[in-house]
Design a protein around this ligand. Structure first.
Ligand SMILES: NC(=O)c1ccc[n+]([C@@H]2O[C@H](COP(=O)([O-])OP(=O)(O)OC[C@H]3O[C@@H](n4cnc5c(N)ncnc54)[C@H](OP(=O)(O)O)[C@@H]3O)[C@@H](O)[C@H]2O)c1
Length: 317
């Protein structure tokens, strides 16, 4: 799926033949078995929020093929690759995954366990590692804590609900009506339907709030945060790509015992290995909502862009 200009995915993405990319130093060429959609792919294809163009190309997208999550089989190895060989089944982060072949750094890929399907593996990289880093490293969730996941019906939220439960927390998920059953099935102890109830109006105080949506003002969200609780504002949406909320949270954090914990997820191979181990052990189910053929990638992107995706949307070439 190739784009020459920024715009609505349905207008600018075309299914076209393209030259296969060549793996560089310590990179491999991966035959894509599946990829998945993240809000970041929407930002890169549309060029909105405009701030992202500083990284992706001011007038036109520098990279013409979207897609950063991949599961597939190593086709060829570039110079200096030591760990991977052609034929290895892998998953992780790459560039240009909305294609039959994509290039990835060896260090951004982990072995795909046989027990994990390619579509499940493709759902894990960005959303899974972001959820893991938020719940385990940033919030340091412990047994017995009360954790609130806003946007539990989405990709990061679906992983975060399960991971917080895995670390022994009592988990409440906030999602739309269409995701209530699914979020409960992922293990949430309580589910709040945001179309019927305002989670900031309740009496419960949470030790940790992972806010993937930013639909409610920060002071309202803090109202339901425990006096020494941790709030992670994790939305990249909005004109300023969430930066305004991050700055507001940081400033607020100077004047309160509540910890305002902003963070940017990092690609870490160790985290992929951890997540694969949890999936293999049956402790984590990648929250795949639907699978699309590559030719319908624009529809999957439009669904995520609309802001109410149910689970991870996976694309298979
Ligand atoms: N910090 C970082 O480094 C980092 C890394 C990756 C992504 N992110 C950001 O994290 C955010 C979430 O990403 P994602 O992959 O989970 O997105 P996603 O899969 O599109 O999920 C968003 C979910 O939020 C739900 N939602 C919408 N309005 C809601 C509301 N008022 N209350 C509760 N839920 C609501 C949506 O559906 P329903 O309303 O139907 O439930 C949807 O399921 C994005 O803004 C992304 O940019 C940050």
């Amino acid at each position: 799926m190739v784009q020459d200009v920024y715009g609505d995915p349905r207008d600018v993405l075309r299914l076209r033949d393209a030259d296969p990319p060549a793996p560089g130093e310590r990179q491999v060429l991966v035959r894509v078995a599946a990829t998945s959609v993240n809000p970041a792919d929407v930002y890169f294809v549309t060029g909105v929020p405009r701030l992202v163009r500083l990284g992706t190309g001011l007038r036109r997208p520098r990279r013409r093929i979207p897609g950063g999550d991949v599961a597939g089989v190593v086709e060829a190895a570039g110079p200096g690759v030591t760990r991977l060989r052609p034929g290895d089944a892998v998953f992780g982060r790459c560039t240009g995954a909305f294609a039959e072949l994509a290039v990835a750094a060896e260090d951004d890929l982990a072995a795909k366990p046989e027990a994990m399907t390619f579509p499940d593996a493709a759902a894990v990289p960005l959303a899974g590692t972001t959820a893991l880093q938020a719940i385990r490293d940033v919030a340091r969730v412990r047994a017995g804590q009360r954790v609130l996941v806003v946007g539990a019906g989405g990709g990061i939220g679906g992983f975060a609900v399960q991971l917080a439960r895995h670390f022994g927390a009592e988990v409440t998920g906030v999602c739309g009506t269409g995701s209530v059953q699914r979020v409960r099935a992922l293990g949430a102890d309580h589910v709040i339907d945001h179309t019927r109830e305002d989670f900031t109006a309740g009496d419960t105080r949470y030790d940790v709030i992972l806010d993937n949506v930013a639909a409610r003002p920060l002071p309202r969200v803090r109202r339901v945060l425990a006096p020494a609780g941790v709030l992670i504002p994790n939305s990249g949406r909005g004109r300023l790509a969430g930066l305004d909320r991050i700055v507001a949270a940081r400033l607020t954090g100077l004047f309160t015992r509540q910890r305002m914990a902003t963070f940017v997820a990092r690609d870490r191979r160790d985290d992929l290995v951890t997540l694969a181990g949890l999936v293999e052990a049956g402790a984590l189910i990648p929250p795949v909502g639907a699978t699309y053929p590559l030719a319908d990638a624009a529809a999957a992107l439009a669904e995520v862009a609309a802001g109410h995706a149910r689970g991870k949307l996976v694309i298979v070439p």
